[in-house]
Ligand binder design. Sequence first.
Ligand code: MTE
Length: 330
Amino acid sequence: MHYQPDRGFQHPVASDITPRAVYEARRDCLRAVALGAAGTALGAWAGRDALASTAAPGKLAPLPGGRSSVSGATTMEKPTPYKDASTYNNFYEFGTDKSDPARYATTLKTKPWTVAIEGEVRKPGTFDIDSLLKLAPMEERIYRLRCVEGWSMVIPWVGWSLSELIKRVEPTGNAKFIQFVTLADTSQMPGLRSSVLEWPYVEGLRMDEAMHPLTLMAFGMYGEALPNQNGAPLRLVVPWKYGFKSSKSIVKIRFLEKQPRTSWEVAIPSEYGFYSNVNPKVDHPRWSQATERRIGEDGLLTKKRPTLMFNGYESQVGQLYAGMDLRKFY
Ligand code: MTE
């Protein structure tokens, strides 16, 4: 595998053998099957229509994923157009305006890239991006992503369950939490000059949350390598939590006994907690969490969608929080 500045990662993947059109047609077909026999004809047609407006431009290296067997890993909701998902971003290392990451993240150098594994594990060490790409079979997961600011998207990610990596590094009995540390390099990231957050951007999960099969280590979206502004070369996606838990451009994963600091909790403790599960019943002091605006569906008359408990993933993850007061542990 090698890297070309204008094409991202170049590595042999299934699409080198399967032409893109065939892969997309197969994906259409899977959607149609999932919609059920009665809706098959309409489903196939609607699926093709959705893909025409959502497809990636084909500028980055292809990175298709197989069908995921993880329960709840694919919503049938229409994916957000690629153009919106790749130009309306939060990545404060490149500025605080939604359009800043797409404009400035061109300076992010994603190769060479390594991820250090530290702390309470029997096998600490450093993985380079090539070995991470091959660590487990790539899957496509179509997840809703809900931002605390009141907007949401539906994104077809490509990656593998974080548990695949965790199992390989063998956590000790003391490992109760995981902290994700992301890149903070002033020569590549103009936003680091601002003190809006403490750098590097850090996030954390409890061990059982990190081990949950829905927790995804993502390397791609829309069948291609991640664009820089979406967290290349690898980022976390935790679909039942607010978007800020999904750390971008990770360089270190620390296994810890104690609950770690997170950037947003440190910056504004009165507004952000460690858990940050999507909860329509607990408003953020500045934004209601009861409804959401789906990016790409804007219009004066477009009704906001009701936000669902755990972002719609309650049947998969609700039991992780049994007995916890979710108003206290927000
Ligand atoms: N990761 C880093 N390193 N820096 C950030 O500023 N922003 C978070 C999260 N991950 C952020 C980050 C926030 S607030 C959101 S909503 C999501 O990334 C947005 O992901 P997206 O741009 O892919 O939609």
